[in-house]
Design a protein. Structure first.
Length: 70
C-alpha cells in the first residue's frame, strides 16, 4: 500500500528538519573549533601603554558624540 500524502509530507518535513539541524550543529562546532584555533595561535594583542592623555581624549570624544546625538 502506498503511503498517504500526509505521511509523505511528514516524512519530508522530518528529513528536512533533521538535515538542517545536523548542518547547523556541524556549523556551530566548526566555528567553535576555528575560534579556539585562532585564539590559540594568534591571541589578540593587548595595548601595553595607554597614557592618561589618550584616555582623556577618548573620553572627551565619546562625551561629545553622545551629546551631539541627544
Amino acid at each position: 500500500m502506498q503511503p498517504s500524502l500526509l505521511e509523505q509530507g511528514l516524512t519530508l518535513m522530518l528529513v528536512g528538519m533533521g538535515t538542517v539541524f545536523v548542518f547547523l550543529t556541524v556549523l556551530v562546532a566548526g566555528m567553535t573549533l576555528l575560534a579556539f584555533v585562532v585564539n590559540r595561535f594568534w591571541p589578540p594583542e593587548v595595548p601595553v601603554d595607554v597614557s592618561d592623555e589618550e584616555v582623556a581624549v577618548i573620553t572627551a570624544a565619546i562625551a561629545r558624540h553622545r551629546a551631539s546625538r541627544s
